[in-house]
Design a protein around this ligand. Structure first.
Ligand code: SAM
Ligand code: SF4
Length: 322
């Protein structure tokens, strides 16, 4: 098996795959209220084409995969796709990121598919704030029921993602953090990243992890989590004394983690992106059936990875998968 090191010597072993640009939410921080122009369906990679790309990636030492969107659970056939992905020789880790609206329906099938981790977005515990952040979707009860369904099945690898948006959910940090006391979950606070010029009003939306840590510290002793509780991603984890779960911080804004960046991104229409915030992409569609050409494209995309991210492209996360 090969191995890709980028031009800064970083190992590339992780691929985030957006399987659809469609979404049943319009999150304030992700897309404009009217939504974004959708890709024509024929431009979206089929599941077979994605598996083809995955097989090439495995040959290059990329063995960890995240399935994202848009909202991945709105694409039909997702469960069978996940099963195929999990069973593809060489795949070591598969996780899914979902907004959770359809999670209750899919919880047991997702667990049965054998994926290693399920990340659920939950930005608020208040119905009105939840709806303001999700672009008007009254989905709090459904998302919580989805998370409970996973917990009731005894599922252990649940991550909850909270994008903190100053002026919206910043008053709920302690309440959200408290969920980790009784539940075996990893709750991750994500710093809001400005990603589109439609977000004129967004200055001041980001709250740094440092500020959040000091707020949460008032709940009790917060210590760095032990090694066994650390994930492989960019989150730094802490634990409240006596808690069943852990609290993570993803600090793309206040402390970028580019020096350890190990990932590439595949958009729903087959663009391999070198960096979340870069316009440098390699189009896989014309070469999708050629393993050698795909392999070459992966190496080119890795070499395009910048040392540190620049806000070159203002775009919507739903196109790229976050
Ligand atoms: N629809 C799914 C969801 O929301 O979980 C998956 C796709 S979403 C684009 C992937 C991740 O990107 C989510 O955790 C979401 O909260 C995060 N995200 C989207 N826009 C963001 C922003 N402006 N700043 C920080 N995180 C963002
Ligand atoms: Fe949809 Fe996820 Fe973007 Fe929200 S963050 S609009 S749920 S893709």
């Amino acid at each position: 098996m090969g191995m890709i090191r980028d031009s800064y010597g970083r190992l590339t072993n992780y691929l985030r795959i957006s399987i659809t640009d469609r979404c049943n939410f319009r999150c304030l921080y992700c897309m404009p209220p009217e939504g974004v122009p959708l890709l024509p369906r024929e431009e979206i990679l089929s599941y077979e084409e994605i598996i083809q790309v995955v097989k090439t990636a495995i040959g290059l030492g990329i063995t960890r995969f995240k399935i994202t969107g848009g909202e991945p659970l709105v694409r039909s056939g997702i469960i069978d796709f996940l099963k195929t992905l999990v069973q593809t020789p060489g795949v070591q880790w598969v996780s899914l990121t979902t907004n959770g609206l359809l999670l209750q329906k899919y919880a047991s099938q997702l667990i049965d598919s054998g994926i290693n981790s399920i990340n659920v977005s939950l930005n608020s515990l208040k119905a009105d704030t939840f709806a303001r952040l999700s672009g008007g979707v009254d989905g709090l009860n459904d998302v919580r029921a989805g998370i409970d369904a996973l917990l009731n099945c005894g599922y252990k690898n649940i991550k909850i993602n909270t994008v903190v948006v100053n002026g919206y959910n910043d008053d709920e940090i302690p309440d959200l953090a408290r969920l980790t006391i009784t539940q075996p979950i990893a709750l991750r606070f994500i710093e809001y990243m400005s990603c589109g010029n439609w977000q004129e009003k967004s200055s001041g939306w980001t709250i740094s992890a440092r500020e959040l840590i000091s707020q949460i510290g008032r709940l009790g002793r917060l210590s760095p989590a032990s090694a066994g509780q650390l994930g492989q991603g960019p989150a730094r984890y802490y634990q409240l004394q006596g808690a069943k779960g852990v609290i993570g911080f993803i600090t793309a804004v206040s402390q970028p983690f580019c020096v350890t960046c190990n990932r590439l991104r595949l958009t729903a229409d087959g663009q391999l992106k070198s960096c979340l915030l870069s316009t440098d992409t390699v189009d896989l569609k014309p070469i999708i059936s050629s393993n050698p050409q795909l392999a070459d494209a992966f190496i080119r995309a890795a070499m395009l990875k910048p040392g540190v991210h620049h806000n070159e492209e203002l775009t919507t996360m739903s196109r790229i998968g976050g």
